[in-house]
Write a protein that binds this ligand. Structure first.
Ligand code: SR1
Ligand code: MG
Length: 436
């Protein structure tokens, strides 16, 4: 597992240009492996741009033999436009992360077929019939395989890139390999850890209902201290190679398969940021669910599954992580020679539990930050946005903000994941007073 390896260059480098469908056809036609996979003649391939994310172009290309997905980075933030430039190098970091994650968590990320540094372009296997998990959750679909797969992904990618598993030299090489991805980190530092708590031009929320709540967050110094501590952890704790944007829009699912996509925000950061992202998005799916029901209570079974999933994502992650620590700890952290014999092992086991308890606190805090940014910041979630009635949407968002504020500021009062789901369940039917 050498993170320093150069990305493969399957074709001659050329200058960057934004590819249109016709350019992409010509480009792919000269890649023999890709052309074989698609089959037939290039003029018969269908190509459509389907990207609905905030940053990139995504094309689906189909031929007589099969399909591929092609992602190209734009030199700016797609959501905002050319006024917000963004380095193309994020495609390099995404490629590096994807190929590393494929080795650490086989079968849980899309296979890379081709990467072009100059074009900031990556061709991947087409995930079919997978859909973006967020859309499935809005539809009320249960994913029985999800807990098993996402906790394997989290436990293995985080453990095997940490000081518990690799040497200090390897770890530092890993940190160096991703250190240039700072422009993407800066987006997170601003949009998640700063802007929702101050007047920022790009902030938005469901007005007028959330006006008072938004104003309270801007004046809430307890929240400002808590979010600043988390920001410092995000910037200064290179615990492991994290995905960096692990929301339910970065996960593709069927009822039997899970794939984690889009690691362009990857860098060495705190593990709790990834785990918190998954939990935050499940919590938002749960508290948005009332906004999607057509008759009262029709989604109760789905909501019960979501609460159980939130609990199991944490407990299964923690179990798998500790198990890896017991069996695969070849890193320079906690040298074996310092914990010899039965007594040493008992102390080490107690230390593992402490580590996981701290990780849980980090996770709860980061989850809170991820919820708040989706309701008060620039980039919102369709979980809420697709609730057409604005007042109804604001009710779901207010419940989520209420829970998130408690998780952010009173993190210690959430001793277990059961405390999180209990508070979420209590808020499911809470009626906020928007005049307060
Ligand atoms: C300007 S980019 C906004 C958001 O989209 C990405 O998915 C990240 O979550 C980022 O914060
Ligand atoms: Mg993304």
């Amino acid at each position: 597992m050498n993170l320093q390896q150069r990305p493969v260059r399957d074709s001659k480098p050329g200058p960057y240009r934004v590819l249109r469908e016709a350019d992409l056809r010509d480009y792919l036609a000269q890649l023999p492996d890709v052309a074989d996979r698609l089959g037939g003649t290039p003029d018969a391939w269908s190509i459509s741009e389907v990207g609905d994310g905030n940053l990139n172009l995504v094309f689906i290309v189909r031929g007589s033999a099969g399909g591929i997905a092609v992602k190209q980075a734009l030199p700016y933030v797609r959501l905002v436009g050319e006024s917000w430039p963004l380095p193309l190098s994020r495609a390099h970091y995404e490629y590096l992360a994807l190929t590393h994650q494929a080795r650490l968590a086989p079968g849980l990320v899309p296979a890379v077929l081709h990467h072009d540094e100059a074009l900031a372009l990556t061709a991947m296997e087409l995930l079919e019939p997978h859909i973006i998990m967020r859309k499935g959750l809005i539809a009320g679909t249960i994913y029985p395989r999800f807990v098993e797969d996402v906790t394997t992904f989290l436990a293995r990618t985080l453990f095997f890139t940490s000081d518990l598993a690799v040497s200090a030299a390897q770890k530092k090489e890993g940190i160096a390999a991703f250190a240039g991805n700072h422009a993407l980190c800066k987006i997170t530092e601003d949009l998640i850890f700063t802007d929702p708590y101050r007047e920022a031009e790009q902030n938005r929320w469901t007005a007028p209902w959330l006006d008072k709540m938004a104003a309270r967050f801007r004046e809430d110094l307890d929240a400002h201290v808590a979010i600043s501590r988390l920001k410092l952890k995000f910037m200064g704790q290179p615990q492991a190679l994290i995905h960096g944007d692990l929301h339910t829009g970065s996960i593709m699912v069927t009822e039997t398969e899970t794939r984690v996509i889009d690691p362009e925000f990857a860098f060495y950061g705190p593990m709790g940021f990834d785990i918190g992202a998954v939990l935050a998005n499940l919590i938002m799916a749960y508290l948005a669910s009332a906004g999607h029901e057509r008759s009262a209570g029709e989604r109760r079974a789905f909501e019960a599954w979501l609460l159980q999933t939130i609990e199991q994502v944490w407990t299964e992650f923690a179990r798998k992580f500790v198990e890896l620590w017991r069996s695969e700890a070849h890193g320079d952290g906690y040298p074996k020679t310092l914990f010899a014999g039965l007594t040493g092992e008992a102390w080490l086991e107690a230390e593992r539990q402490q580590y996981v308890e701290q990780l849980f606190r980090d996770t709860v805090g980061f989850a809170a930050a991820k919820i708040i940014r989706r309701i008060l910041g620039l980039a919102h979630n369709i979980d809420f946005e697709w609730i057409e009635d604005a007042r109804r949407r604001a009710v779901c968002e207010a419940r989520s903000l209420h829970l998130a504020r408690a998780m952010l500021v009173d993190t210690e009062s959430f001793a277990t994941i059961g405390d999180v789901t209990r508070r979420a369940r209590q808020l499911r039917d809470w009626q906020p007073d928007f005049a307060e």
